[in-house]
Write a protein that binds this ligand. Sequence first.
Ligand code: AMP
Ligand code: GLY
Length: 425
Amino acid sequence: MKVLVLGSGAREHALVRSLAADPEVTELHAAPGNAGIGAEARLHPLDLTDPPAAVALAREIGPDLVIVGPEGPLVLGVVDQLRAAGFTTFGPSAQAARLEGSKAFAKDVMASAGVPTAMAHVCDTLEEIEVAFDQFGAPYVVKDDGLAAGKGVVVTDDRTAAREHARECLAKDGGRVVVEEYLDGPEVSLFCLSDGDTVVPLQPAQDFKRVHDGDLGPNTGGMGAYSPLPWAPPDLVDDVVARVVQPTVDELRRRGTPFVGVVYAGLALTSRGLRVIEFNARFGDPETQVVLARLRTPLGHVLRAAATGALHDLEDLRWRDGAAVTVVIAAENYPGAPVTGRVIRGLDDADAVDDAYVLHAGTATDPDGSVVSTGGRVLSVVGVGPTLAEARERAYEAVDRIDLEGGHHRSDIALAAELGEVRVP
Ligand code: AMP
Ligand code: GLY
């Protein structure tokens, strides 16, 4: 099987790494990729915001399966165009990807499907926003309706700051704001494969969204993750499939826009039960890095089954025992405008740590062969081990061997879980 992966993050590096280990996968291509992906797949230049260019590239390569990583191209309809050109593609159509692309659409689907989520008001004016603030009270949760790379959400007790964020979102072209009730309790990410009909859950993971230790500072795309969740209720996955993901997939099919790809359920386990915080229409980053670290079933085989409507025939997924932890190394000033172009040293030393490896995100290879930073999230260092504590230790040992000027990472990824301090209220 010849596979083409679109994207350039550590999530795509994780996908490519797993695909490279699948005996059915005979040839791997990625576009545009990064320095790390380039070591395992043939790279092709591509502007991910240009779906016709993706089709042209697929025509050149002739893949048996195309996998689309990031949300941007999905919302732009790259999957529709690839399928129309005859390529077997893993990812949702533009219509189905609105589950992520529009929070208002997602709320509407959840309402029709009876899926538990935060109460919310979709607001077009500052007056409506004030009414919603009065109704829900603090902490205020204010979300940009459209795609914002995980940075469109502000959760704050400060009404002035909440109002200011809402004003900025409204000022955008077609700007709309969603104001929600605050959800307490730990967060869980559960990825489920869907072929439009059958749902196959992967293992749950937890992401760390805030930039600083102790969940302080602004939201980011994600600073680290771990899996499994030792504190999660044993029936969590079955419960989420039954009450959240299957009803959502059924509702999208009923609307004539079946969802093929990953339904990423971002959940809060609150004092009043399970609630959906958000849906994404793709694998999450950095959770994918830890979930795939534990998946034993060959990935190409699984994703092709999803892309071809064959999930009902797929054998049960097999998982490695033990745990995986990933720590993101981010560029100076991320999640603000990141400082790029810095040489990264120590990558080989980090990879030499037993049971650890380095996945690349914003990296490129300079003409002189050195690896330089090109984005906000630069690397995602993965450690695996029989326990969360050991996986954590491996990951941080490798992180400590990497040298990126101005680079920063969280030092508390998976720590509360390791210490048994995560509680479901
Ligand atoms: P989202 O982009 O919707 O996933 O939101 C990003 C992050 O903001 C989430 O992972 C949560 O940590 C936080 N968040 C979003 N919605 C809520 C809510 N209703 N209550 C509490 N925290 C929230
Ligand atoms: N881990 C958050 C995301 O992928 O959106």
